[in-house]
Design a protein. Structure first.
Length: 233
């Protein structure tokens, strides 16, 4: 049986049941936006080579995209609710946390990371936080320090906090996500990086750190344009 899970606005297709965390999801593939695979493409034209835009223009584009966030997040919640209507029921199908640790069960630990997102996005932050902490505390020892999946989960939870304007919790999660994903960039997680750069640019801009805001905006736009001309595998 195949289980489809949306991890924030990401679609993850897996083999096995009940599992939803084997393949790296791609944050903000923007299923609710009508045309292009990345948001930046909505304001650019197709070119034969990457365009080197100045940081100020990149930041302007980040601000143009920002108003789309509520629509994206609402679509994510709707999709998660449709696919995981009963997070509590799903949790009961998983081994106990103690058994996951004893068995060093990587697959179930990844499921727990994804389930923590389902709880968060359903509004059960207490349960989401408990599972998220368990996942983060044990990810390196069970999955390996270089595994990119924690970067995906942290980025998704950081995105939720960002949309709630809880920047104090969002920023460290987004930065941790960058550390995992920048060195493991693939076609599957490149959109996560674009999302992280956008959120960090806006956080720093609002906080008065213009230099960092421009830097993250530049990284976001450069990566988005690069993916149009040099698609990743």
């Amino acid at each position: 049986m195949k289980v489809l899970l949306v991890s924030t606005s990401l679609l993850v297709l897996l083999n096995g049941c009940p599992a939803f965390a084997q393949k790296a999801p791609t944050s903000l593939t923007l299923p609710n936006l009508p045309s292009t695979p990345t948001t930046i493409e909505k304001t650019t034209t197709t070119t034969a080579a990457p365009v080197d835009l100045p940081p100020e223009e990149c930041l302007r584009r980040v601000h143009n995209i920002a108003p789309l966030m509520p629509k994206i997040m609402e679509g994510a919640r709707t999709a998660i609710s449709a696919i995981v209507p009963d997070p509590d029921g799903y949790e009961k199908t998983l081994p106990t946390l103690e058994k996951v640790l004893a068995d060093k069960d990587a697959k179930t630990l990844m499921n727990i990371g994804g389930l923590s997102e389902a709880f968060y996005y359903a509004g059960n932050k207490e349960k989401g936080q408990k599972l998220f902490k368990f996942f983060c505390d044990n990810a390196d020892s069970i999955l390996g320090a270089e595994h990119p999946f924690p970067g995906l989960v942290k980025g998704d939870v950081g995105l939720l906090f960002f949309t709630e304007k809880n920047y104090a919790e969002a920023e460290p999660l987004l930065l941790d996500s960058l550390k995992k994903l920048e060195t493991n960039m693939t076609a599957a997680n490149s959109n996560n990086l674009i999302t992280n750069y956008m959120c960090l640019s806006l956080i720093n801009d609002e906080g008065g750190n213009k230099e960092k805001a421009l830097s993250y905006a530049k990284k976001m736009v450069d990566l988005s344009l690069k993916l149009r001309t040099e698609p990743l595998k």
